[in-house]
Design a binder for this molecule. Structure first.
Ligand SMILES: Nc1ncnc2c1ncn2[C@@H]1O[C@H](COP(=O)(O)OP(=O)(O)O)[C@@H](O)[C@H]1O
Ligand SMILES: N[C@@H](CC(=O)OP(=O)(O)O)C(=O)O
Length: 425
């Protein structure tokens, strides 16, 4: 059996949904398949905006109406018959969403976020399931919250692998004998029946969980790019495709910020040697990239940019050296506010970290450490990483930039700098 994952771009409008049917109908008839789908287009961003407004008691109705209209336009185009049950199911999703939004509690920001933001994947999977059925495919809509059990770490649910594996293995194989399973990426459920999310862009990870639990022959993630490239083509000219990449290299690329694959995706696949194909949904006939257990020589340098970074520096108030005790206090506080460190460096009197910028979390951190440290920060910044660097690739990227922090290991070169108008000079 195989697992396919379709991201937001591959369900962004009615013709994209039709294209999925085309890809699936080209498969051999007996192929057993789980299809994991993300929210349509930029729905998750739209829901975040609606949620923020609702939480701050601002007018959110127009933004909600616009998301509803976006989904309904797609539904109308795909289902000319207004009696099709998809209309009632989509309406019910929006009704429940409105109920949640109008009864928000002032606290529990992260918990309520998950209850709201998860609607995007529920909507897209319902629409895709009904469309594939209307075209003659036999599909089964699975509410993945019944299988993917997480703890209640809101916005970044941690998976209960044992429960999830048992649940998936005891329910799905029988269904897969007869039907294609359509389910949601990005979301899971707690033992109390609440919804969790797995971290932004987490649908790839969901697909890897299904592939792992079902011992799939492969996972394919369908993208708007021809495969895994050595850079984001939206930012770097002349990005080139890798034919094959080893698991470890792909883990590193995702970790450093290559947003084409969620960082947690590869590990479960590598543990069972399940190949991951990155393929173009626009050109499904092309080979794409395979990420698997392979040995090859040095691959072309890859260029990775993480935006919206912040450089924090900590100095002990007594002007003492940065000791292990200081570092321990800093790490505990960083962990408590859930800031993500991407690079760090220490000198005699100060310790610096580059992390994803989140104003509220940075302020919380400053508050919790202000007794011991003088804390300064600088943002917005860019973090560049070059894997498999050489002299030319470093020159190409650093040229004309002011570098605020830099680090080099045998394979990886990283630096933090201020944003400039163009990525390449
Ligand atoms: N190394 C890379 N190779 C290919 N695409 C990349 C890479 N790094 C970033 N991207 C970006 O990832 C995008 C596809 O991922 P994403 O937007 O998450 O798709 P979806 O939401 O449809 O799953 C591409 O359009 C491309 O701009
Ligand atoms: N919809 C979620 C999960 C996801 O993975 O989406 P995509 O596959 O479109 O990156 C998000 O945008 O974060």
């Amino acid at each position: 059996m195989k697992v396919f994952k379709f991201g937001g771009a591959s369900v962004k409008d009615a013709s994209a949904v039709r294209n999925i049917f085309k890809i699936l109908s080209d498969l051999p008839e007996k192929e057993q398949l789980v299809v994991v789908v993300s929210a349509m287009g930029k729905t998750t961003n739209a829901l975040e905006d609606i949620y923020r407004k609702a939480h701050q008691r601002q007018e959110f109705a127009p933004a909600l109406e616009s998301s509803k209209a976006y989904h309904l336009d797609i539904v109308r185009e795909l289902f000319p018959d207004p009696g099709c049950p998809v209309y009632a199911e989509v309406a019910a999703q929006f009704q429940e969403l409105e109920q949640t939004l109008s009864s928000l509690q002032p606290d529990h920001w992260d918990q309520q976020y998950d209850q709201v933001i998860s609607r995007g994947e529920l909507l897209s999977s319902i629409i895709l399931h009904h469309y594939l059925q209307s075209q003659g495919l036999s599909t089964y809509w699975l509410d993945c919250r019944t299988c993917l059990r997480t703890d209640s770490t809101w916005r970044e649910g941690r998976l209960d692998w044992t429960y999830t594996e048992n649940q998936i293995q005891s329910t799905l194989p029988a269904i897969l004998q007869k039907q294609i399973v359509i389910t949601q990426g990005f979301i899971g459920g707690t033992a109390d029946g609440l919804t969790t999310t797995l971290g932004r862009e987490g649908s790839d990870y969901s697909a890897a969980i299904f592939a792992y639990c079902l011992n799939a022959a492969s996972l394919t993630i369908w993208k708007d790019v021809p495969g895994l490239l050595n850079a984001d083509p939206k930012l770097f000219k002349e990005a080139t495709r890798y034919d094959e990449v080893a698991y470890q290299e792909a883990i590193e690329m995702a970790y450093y910020g290559a947003s084409v694959i969620h960082p947690k995706t590869i590990q479960p696949l590598a543990n069972k040697c399940i190949p991951l194909y990155v393929k173009s949904f626009l050109h499904p006939e092309l080979p794409g990239t395979v990420i698997h257990d392979c040995q090859h020589g040095k691959i072309a340098p890859s260029f990775i940019l993480k935006q919206n970074q912040c450089l924090l520096s900590f100095k002990a108030k007594d002007l003492g050296f940065i000791s292990e005790e200081h570092l321990s206090a800093i790490f505990q506080a960083v962990h408590a506010v859930r800031l993500k460190i991407n690079m760090m460096q220490n000198s005699a009197l100060s310790f610096s970290v580059c992390c994803d910028y989140d104003e509220a979390r940075v302020q919380q951190l400053k508050l919790s450490l202000s007794d011991q440290f003088i804390i300064k920060y600088n943002q917005p910044l860019h973090l560049f990483t070059i894997q498999n660097y050489d002299k030319g690739s470093i020159q190409r990227l650093t040229n004309g930039r002011e570098i605020l922090m830099e680090q080099r290991t045998r394979h990886t070169f990283q630096f933090v700098s201020r944003p400039t108008d163009t990525i390449e000079h």
